[in-house]
Design a protein around this ligand. Structure first.
Ligand SMILES: NCc1[nH]cc(CCC(=O)O)c1CC(=O)O
Length: 307
């Protein structure tokens, strides 16, 4: 079974976890790396286009060059690919964003005018809205490159996904895990998407029984439905975080519910927020409802070009 992945250190680390699970289940696997336009160009993501990290992998999968594709879920476009099946959504890593700053500093301790690197409009919009007077510097590149800009003194700090650092064994370099009250992560951040060809039922069943997690599917469904309703891509200034929470029903019994918080930047720079809870099985409806509230608050103005 050929498992396709991007060739970055992070992509290889996350693909290895899937390969290990399949090997443990008795499968014979080989990892195949595929170059994507997102790896070959250092232009801002918005200029390269949608699916820059995922389209080449999906084409290789549909064309039979590989049998399984492992993606960072948040890099996938919101439109489904009818050629493929989403066969596995493994337990996700901590979805929060983190700060890596010089001298062990936290966001609140950075001086006014401190240079904070991020290429993400979502992170930039939420950092600006904190009102700390930070100087947001657009950057791209892999995790190593971004952290090096802090070590070299070019930047005071960078904001990254905690999940990427966890997978690379670099959690000890974090100077603050940012509270979702200050910054909501990208929808599906920290989650993986494992696809096979539609109709390849043996592979689909194997993935479902080895790497799939029902609770993760529920939270991802809510976050992604919100994003899809806002017609925004992974580079849009949209944050979302769903959690499975305990609640009491009318009889006083404990039930599991889905809680979703979302935010979107208005063109004024103001961050609009909405949240709701719903049934565990109704992530889609919950996501659409929170998106509808954000649109009503004025988020419609940002559903322009996505990338
Ligand atoms: N935007 C690039 C990207 N795509 C996936 C991750 C790793 C985190 C994840 O798996 O969600 C990253 C790096 C980052 O945002 O710091």
């Amino acid at each position: 079974m050929k498992i396709g992945t991007r060739g970055s250190k992070l992509a290889l680390a996350q693909t290895q976890t899937i390969a290990d699970a399949l090997i443990a289940a008795g499968a014979d696997v080989e990892i195949v790396t595929i170059k994507t336009p997102g790896d070959l160009s250092m232009k801002p993501i918005a200029e390269i286009g949608i699916g820059v990290f995922t389209s080449a992998l999906r084409d290789a999968l549909a064309g039979g060059e590989i049998d399984v594709a492992v993606h960072s879920y948040k890099d996938l476009p919101t439109a489904p690919d009818e050629r493929l099946a989403m066969a596995g959504v493994p337990v996700r890593e901590d979805p929060r964003d983190v700060l890596i700053a010089r001298d062990g500093l936290t966001l609140g301790e950075l001086p006014q005018g401190a240079k904070v690197g991020t290429g993400s409009p979502r992170r930039a919009a939420q950092l600006e809205a904190l009102g700390f007077g930070l100087d947001i510097v657009p950057i791209r590149g892999n995790v190593d490159t971004r952290i090096r800009k802090v070590r070299d003194g070019e930047l005071d700090a960078v904001v990254l996904a905690r999940a990427g650092l966890a997978r690379l064994g670099r959690l000890d370099e974090i100077t603050e895990t940012i509270d979702p009250i200050q910054m909501l992560p990208c929808p599906a951040q920290g989650a993986l998407a494992v696809e096979c060809r539609a109709g390849d039922v043996d592979v689909e069943h194997l993935l479902q029984s080895t790497v799939d997690d029902t609770a993760t599917r529920a939270v991802i469904a809510a976050e992604r439905a919100m994003l899809r309703t806002l017609e925004a891509g992974c580079e849009a200034p949209v944050g979302a975080l769903a959690d499975v929470v305990e609640d009491l029903n009318d009889d006083g019994a404990v039930v599991l519910r889905l809680s979703l918080r979302g935010c979107a930047a208005a063109d004024t720079g103001e961050i609009l927020r909405a949240s709701a809870t719903g049934d565990l099985t109704e992530g889609e409806q919950l996501g659409r409802a929170v998106a509808a509230e954000l649109l009503e608050l004025g988020a419609g103005v940002l559903s322009g070009p996505e990338a």
